[in-house]
Design a binder for this molecule. Structure first.
Ligand SMILES: [Zn+2]
Length: 283
């Protein structure tokens, strides 16, 4: 997109206008057609390919302003995990596989005495972290990738997150812990929650602290002090923070309020957060 809407007064903002005054427009621009949050992508050159500056957004399906496709980076693992999660929601299928193998399973299918399959997701405890649980990083990434595809994911599923020491960080029904940013309610300020949503812009302070922002100065942000920022950049092999534009995030942590009412999400370690970053592709 070459043009977006400036939400402060409904006027148009071009790439030239943004470049001239990024402070004014950052966090307050949306797609003219589908009205999804937008961000600025500066010009770049890769080998022979030159890309002029533009705006991007996670457009609604069918939006005519979507001239490029955003492709999620490093999603190979979660693609295959997703298949296994679909079957693990139905425990009977897994047991059949283990006990009888695929041949017997086919002959079983005519029996009328077998109990009907229960296609409801099972509230099976899913321990993440600790010494024996699923790796925290992978599990959070998996949950995030499902949520991106289906924001209602996880009903009927329980979750149990353990710290390295074995201490329970949180335990209960997944949906009770999920907070879809920016929809943070008063009750969410009390306990550890699982926040997820979009990062549409960021601000790096002179002292190295980083604010990953959903939108404007009064809307929620994730705060990473300099050390945490460097750890996260190392983990994601990031040379450039601009890869946070349009990222989806999941954070297990707390939210607090700044004096002017801005919700600030914090987590203690990189493993309590995960990000899906996007690459732009021509349509
Ligand atoms: Zn759009």
């Amino acid at each position: 997109m070459n043009e977006v809407e400036f939400t402060e007064n409904g006027s148009r903002c071009t790439t030239d206008m943004f470049i001239a005054n990024p402070e004014r427009y950052q966090g307050q621009i949306i797609c003219i057609e589908c009205r999804k949050r937008a961000w600025f992508t500066k010009a770049y050159k890769v080998r022979d390919y030159e890309r002029t500056a533009c705006f991007n957004a996670h457009h609604e399906d069918g939006c005519l302003k979507a001239t490029t496709i955003l492709e999620a980076e490093n999603m190979e693992d979660t693609e295959s995990d997703e298949n296994s999660d679909n079957t693990s929601a139905d425990i009977i299928v897994n047991l059949d596989k283990t006990k009888h193998g695929s041949i017997e399973k086919t002959t079983d299918s005519d029996k009328t005495t077998t109990p009907p399959h229960n296609w409801e997701p099972s509230p099976r405890p899913h321990v993440i972290g600790g010494k024996s649980g699923f790796p925290m990083d992978r599990s959070l990434r998996q949950i995030l990738s499902y949520l991106v595809r289906n924001p209602l994911y996880g009903s009927g599923k329980s979750i149990h997150i353990q710290a390295e020491s074995g201490r329970t960080v949180l335990q209960g029904m997944l949906r009770d812990f999920l907070v879809d940013v920016p929809d943070i309610i008063e009750n969410d300020y009390m306990t550890v929650k699982i926040f997820w949503g979009e990062i549409n812009n960021y601000t790096e302070k002179p002292n190295g602290d980083l604010w990953l922002n959903y939108g404007t100065r009064t809307e929620p942000s994730i705060f990473l002090n300099k050390d945490l920022k460097l750890d996260v950049m190392e983990k994601y092999r990031m040379k450039d923070l601009s890869r946070f534009h349009g990222s989806h995030f999941i954070v297990v942590g707390n939210v607090g309020k700044s004096p002017n009412g801005k919700p600030i999400i914090r987590a203690s370690y990189p493993k309590y957060m995960n990000f899906i970053n996007y690459k732009e592709k021509e349509r």
